[in-house]
Design a protein. Sequence first.
Length: 279
Amino acid sequence: MLVNEISTIGDALCVLFGLTGRTWSGSEFAKEVLRLRLPVYARAPIGASIVSRTRVDGRLVETPEPDLPANLVTLLQYEIEELVFSPGPEIITTRPAWVYGDEPYEPWAKIKAFRAANHRVLAHWEVECGEWMGESDRYFFARPVQVTNHSTLVVPRFVIAEIVEAYRSRSTDAVAVSAEPEVSHPVPTATKDPAVESEVVVQGAMGAPKPAKGRTWDTHALRRLYEESRLSGATHLRLAEEYGVSRQFIAKQIHKAKDQFELRKADPFSALHSSVRKK
């Protein structure tokens, strides 16, 4: 089956149906993109242009790059989560994206290799160099661009290939498990130690995936998150696992919740603010 270099979300779902033989919903697609940490790009606005930024003698020098295409926008993982789960988000970024055949395109194999070599964990916060989406550290949009839920999102061809490979791998594992012969085990007659049995049950409950909640992130959901973040022992890691999102995303939502609900000390200079006027 011929797959275009990039597809809209709707076209990608049709391609996935052709390659896997099953219907994919938009939410299933988003879940796989986030689980596998795959890139999804947005269409850049018409008239966007690229500049290069380099340091010369300690000064940052910006040079227009009119020959570089400026058609796509790179979205980081937490930004993709924002677009999927939050009502009316607005992403402001200067990161362009490119596809195969355009320079400075980064192959998917190189992105995966970089992630594997630069992934590390620091305390309760994951330093996600492993989140790298192939964005350049030299080329940027000349002006920040805006991405919202109404923007056109596009899917690189290698993303479809990764989702199909993961789906087939799960299907193969499921067939292998179902094909294993059933083995009967004798039931022990001795009674279990109640303490041991309780420990096994608790461990099983902790290992089970927790249901995602608060997907709309409305005022009530943010209020609940704010209250939960104030509980003893609450960490970004624990809350992210509970809500089924990344730590970066939950941290951003907690920050929003604090801005909205946390009481602030009076600003000694607040009386002066009202007297400030535009010149």
